[in-house]
Design a protein around this ligand. Structure first.
Ligand code: SME
Length: 164
């Protein structure tokens, strides 16, 4: 199974995400299960870029996120809307790129090695927020607009788009 994971660290981000997207579509072909997709995407993204932490927080209540499938050290279990980067991205339904977590007021440190972060909201077919994808790096300024632009189309899988 190991041949399924990619190493995209030495490829320009736009091409890396396009390659990753095509790979996600292929690996998930015929699957219509959000948890299986979250687990598979976490592994593919994590192994492709070698980040510190890669995973999903799922909406489990009106104002509550709970950790879902992820790769990396133990993640915080629950985050309220409006708290930390994940809770803020959920409450505002927008992608947040954090070049330096020490400069983000209210950042929640699940792993002290985390230095920069990106959080992307995930919507279903009815445009309801179902989760956020959270990626942490142990280096500052790892993420930028190219990551936001590359990840967004992959997350459209959950809205039934971009599956072939
Ligand atoms: N840092 C996140 C919390 C989740 S951990 O990074 C896995 C935040 O501030 O929301």
């Amino acid at each position: 199974m190991s041949e399924i994971t990619l190493d995209l660290r030495r490829i320009p981000k736009d091409r890396a995400y396009a390659q990753l997207h095509a790979h996600v579509i292929g690996v998930l072909r015929g699957i219509d299960d959000d948890i299986a997709a979250m687990a598979t995407m976490s592994s593919l993204i994590h192994n492709a870029f070698g980040h510190l932490w890669t995973g999903f927080y799922r909406v489990v209540g009106p104002q509550l996120l709970r950790v879902g499938p992820y790769q990396g050290t133990v993640g915080c279990l629950e985050i309220a809307f409006g708290r930390g980067v994940c809770g803020t991205a959920a409450a505002e339904r927008r992608t947040i790129v954090v070049p330096d977590v020490d400069r983000f007021p209210g950042h929640i440190a699940c792993d002290a090695r985390s230095k920069s972060e990106i959080v992307v909201p995930v919507f279903d077919r009815q445009d309801a927020l179902i989760a956020v994808l959270d990626i942490d790096s142990d280096r500052r300024a790892t993420f930028d607009q190219a990551d936001a632009d590359g990840i967004a189309p992959i997350m459209q899988w959950f809205a039934g788009l971009g599956r072939d």
